[in-house]
Design a protein around this ligand. Structure first.
Ligand SMILES: [Zn+2]
Length: 151
């Protein structure tokens, strides 16, 4: 399998964590199922769940292919959200093959930043034990085109 991504973090879910983080983790874990679709395509090793401003949750799994035609779980969840008429992400949780948390890659960070002026405020779960999160703007310092929102 082609690696979907990066270093995992976190641990098992903590009962003191905000319920919405538990829900996002649970929803992502529920769709995470690694499978081989063809000799060229594998999917489901990584899953993501995002919460929108309207309070809806959208999920996605990674799709790994020959010739790099696939996509990350986060972008799949974003596509699902946009398909359903929304674009305002508030929170994101990513579940790796081992059940640990993952963080979005640069391409997914960039896509989220381009979705709206307030995208930097998106919270991404970083630690299941404590429920700690990071804001997208912290992962994208000095983002290249912030000023274009004023055009
Ligand atoms: Zn990505």
């Amino acid at each position: 399998m082609l690696p979907c991504r990066r270093k995992p973090s976190g641990g098992r879910a903590n009962r003191n964590m905000e319920p919405i983080w538990e829900e996002l983790y649970r929803r992502a874990a529920a769709v995470r199922q690694e499978r081989r679709i063809s000799p060229f395509v594998e999917a489901g090793g990584v899953a993501a769940a995002l919460l929108t401003g309207a309070g809806n949750i959208y999920t996605g799994v990674c799709i790994d292919t020959a010739c790099s035609l696939g996509m990350c779980a986060e972008r799949n969840a974003i596509a699902n959200m946009i398909t359903n008429g929304e674009h305002d992400i508030r929170r994101l949780a990513v579940v790796m093959p081992d059940g640990q948390l993952g963080q979005p890659c640069g391409a997914c960070r960039e896509l989220m930043m381009q979705l709206g002026r307030d995208s930097g405020e998106i919270e991404i779960l970083t630690d299941l034990a404590s429920g700690a999160s990071v804001r997208l703007r912290e992962l994208c310092p000095d983002w290249w085109t912030e000023a274009r929102y004023d055009c």
